[in-house]
Design a protein around this ligand. Sequence first.
Ligand SMILES: Nc1ncnc2c1ncn2[C@@H]1O[C@H](COP(=O)(O)OP(=O)(O)OP(=O)(O)O)[C@@H](O)[C@H]1O
Ligand SMILES: [Mg+2]
Length: 496
Amino acid sequence: MSDFIAMRHVTKNYAGVQALKDIDFQLKRGEIHCLCGENGSGKSTLIKILSGVVKPDEGSEITIDGRVFPHLSAHEALEQGVRVIYQDLALFPNLTVKENIAFQSFSEKGSPMVSWNQVEKTARGAMSLIGLDLDLNRLTGTLPIAQQQLVEITRALIGEPKLLVLDEPTASLTRKEVNALFEVIFRLKSRGVTTMFVSHKLNEVFEIAERVTVLRDGERIGEYVPSEIDHKKLVFLMTGRKYESALPSPVDPLAPNLLEVKNLTRNGEFTDLSFTVKKGEIVGITGLLGSGRTELALAIFGMTVPDSGSLLLEGKAIKPRSNSDAKKLGIGYVPEDRLRQGVIQAQSILDNMSLTVLEKLKTTLGLLDKQKMKTDAQTWVKDLQIKIPSLDSSVKTLSGGNQQKVVLSKWLATNPKLLILDEPTIGIDVLAKNGVHDLVKKLATKGIGIILISDEIPEVLSNCHRVLVMQKGRFVHELVPGPDAERDLLENFNLS
Ligand SMILES: Nc1ncnc2c1ncn2[C@@H]1O[C@H](COP(=O)(O)OP(=O)(O)OP(=O)(O)O)[C@@H](O)[C@H]1O
Ligand SMILES: [Mg+2]
């Protein structure tokens, strides 16, 4: 395979933050190439340079099909067939699915007349490439996040892509959708399209990559063929460290029930759900997209009202009717879609981290204890290994994964009795993931009850005391993690 794209001496400095240092990076025509590295290692920056969104520093050089550019404009990148699906969704929530998918191709042509037939045909054609069948007239913002991601992928397939760049496209997709996406990538490959892929899910990297480039702290560590390295080696290359994770400490058999859920039903969402969470217990809930897990979480957190059934917290019946009710009762919820629900991008890291705990930080005079705010925030930065220039920088200057960690710390700091975590490690790199898992296990030893909702089977199996499998709004299975648990789930529930 010949070199299709070669980036040489690529350097980028963001006002003092050295995001990339003298990077060499090659893509061969038609290959599937994964870019690996911890949060903040420079992956998205490299991608944005390739798509013309970010201008590299002087001395950088990008060669595409033999043509040399000191830097690319967004227009040039598009012309060269570069299509990027960014980490943070770039859709217009108030436009319909078909408008989102086909918008760009029509706005480019500059014609003032839009043929709706044509828009619909283009959108439908692109959707069929990945076997997607969505209501074209639905407002995109009303779709679940995974489907929004698929809309974004569909949009990138319009025109003649030569290079498809996916910056963590699978973060909120379930296995079934990931498989569909991988099929698309293989199909495109057979037509000579190159794919560049970023994922923190290393099993996916090993499944799909033909070559892997590893970045660490803005430097290129090397380029590898996956068959020559294994999971552990890759983690070591990315982090420069070794890591072993521990199983959660056993739950005290005498621990009282913290939460009891009895026959909880919300019509159309979930049916007759009963389970308990003891103090100090970590209960995992897994299942495919649409199984009703998030809906259950929302009901416990008071965001929706169940039609029947009851909730007991520490033996007392509770009926939270809003998230502030739930918070007062000591229930915390880290939403799946937390980057949109959870942070104020333009505000500083310190302010974001302090938002949920302002009450606690007030001194007796009703003033904010700035010093305590700072020391608490510094502790979170250390515990979660958040990579930030300073506590006063705005959240929007952080890499995607580091933004996730800021949101997570914000909720953990409220010190709840019951903590519901919905996909807590989406988009978080491997070491930080372990950091989050360790933290969850540490919280449990303090007596906090935890519900951990996740699609990642290894995540629930290695961090939970018990795992419930949900399908179509019902619990269909319960298991205790052990040697056969993974096979059990795979064989019986088609989860992986
Ligand atoms: N607009 C910006 N202004 C200042 N610093 C920035 C900006 N964008 C990125 N950075 C910094 O550049 C570094 C690399 O960020 P980048 O987004 O490329 O990381 P990444 O490898 O994509 O991480 P992640 O896995 O978390 O998405 C980080 O230290 C980040 O804080
Ligand atoms: Mg990134």
